[in-house]
Design a protein. Sequence first.
Length: 270
Amino acid sequence: MKSVEPEVFLVARPEVDYEAVAAYLREVGGQRWLERLDRDQLGEEATEPRHDGENLIEFAGKMCYRSWEPGLNPNVRKVRDDHAIYLQNILRSGHGSVLEHVSFTFVLHNCSRVFTHELVRHRPGTAISQESLRFVRLDEIPFWFPDWAREDPELMKRATAMLEQMESFQGWLAGHFGLDDEGVPFHEKKHKTSFMRRFAPDGVATGIVWTANIRTLRHTIEMRTDPGAEEEIRLIFGKIGAIMQQEAPALFGDYQVSADGAWVPGWRKV
């Protein structure tokens, strides 16, 4: 039995093709917007960090109203030039569709199948690829124990003994089926490995690649850090929330973290 801790790795983020954006803006007369970005975020004299996800959302929002500058849309006499204020207005007004253009991809490592069964309930706006125990044979049972469980010696003694017995049984099954013998075809290994995973607990640590757009992330961080949520999923989404405040501060800066670890947004139902 191997004791592990759930970890979160951000492995992919959006990247804007600013040359293509510029070509479009020249067509519609919106160059001034990109000139401001170039001055503030893209050029050598940049005064703000570059957040492509935030820029893409602002781009999509301004396209909706053709609000690159006053006069391009006769109904628009005034535009918001401040990047953070513009994005806060999107959140405040609930204009959530533009948040769906921006996605981030995470590797959630050493998370249990208890966690992944909960995670897959959030399907809209996500993509999921999970380690398959039909193909990946267990030779040990990695397992996460919360702090309160670690502080209970009798519980840890009995739980560890049970996990070690299950781990030993995995090894016995592999030997019994001769899975490491020379010439065993892969389809036979897959068939037996699929059977063997039935003797692993739901708490076995695994890995999953999870991609979610901003709209989904905002909803899921709030839902899954709530005090009523399962404790492992609260732990992991607290880590995701902290990452997203660094990656897109204008889109996640409205969250307040309560004393009990709940992430509470300033604007809901975006």
